[in-house]
Ligand binder design. Structure first.
Ligand SMILES: [Zn+2]
Ligand SMILES: [Zn+2]
Length: 127
């Protein structure tokens, strides 16, 4: 009887760990309650296997519905995937966007000039 429990635990861990890792990367990259969403899948470890699988699908579904919408882009410094709208990288805490010194709009890091007012005066450049 004890072996069955161990096997079930291992199977669940194989399902739970990748989901937890994915949720951590996605939620942290979006700067969205990542600690909560990383811990959530682990509650399935203490449920019977069929309940656990349903629970994991449910958690993933809810997460996909609630997470901040939008694309992930690579941080110019640490290359991790971060939410497009963030001006600061949630992983390395460096600026992920420049700011236009004329109109103060956020500008993509790799841009040579402000897409809004065409100014070339951007923060962190030619200083
Ligand atoms: Zn970064
Ligand atoms: Zn501008």
């Amino acid at each position: 009887m004890k072996n069955i429990h161990i096997i079930q635990f291992v199977i669940l861990l194989v399902l739970v760990a990748p989901l937890a890792i994915w949720l951590y990367r996605d939620a942290r990259g979006r700067d969205y309650s990542w600690l909560f969403w990383t811990i959530m899948p682990f509650i399935a470890l203490f449920s019977p296997i069929y309940v656990a699988i349903l629970l994991l699908v449910f958690i993933l579904g809810i997460y996909l519905m609630l997470r901040p919408k939008g694309l992930l882009v690579k941080c110019p410094h640490c290359k991790k995937n971060i939410h497009d709208i963030l001006t600061m990288c949630p992983f390395c805490r460096k600026e992920a966007k420049r700011e236009c010194l004329v109109c103060h709009e956020p500008v993509p890091w790799e841009a040579e000039q402000c897409p809004f007012c065409k100014s070339r005066a951007l923060t962190g450049k030619n200083l």
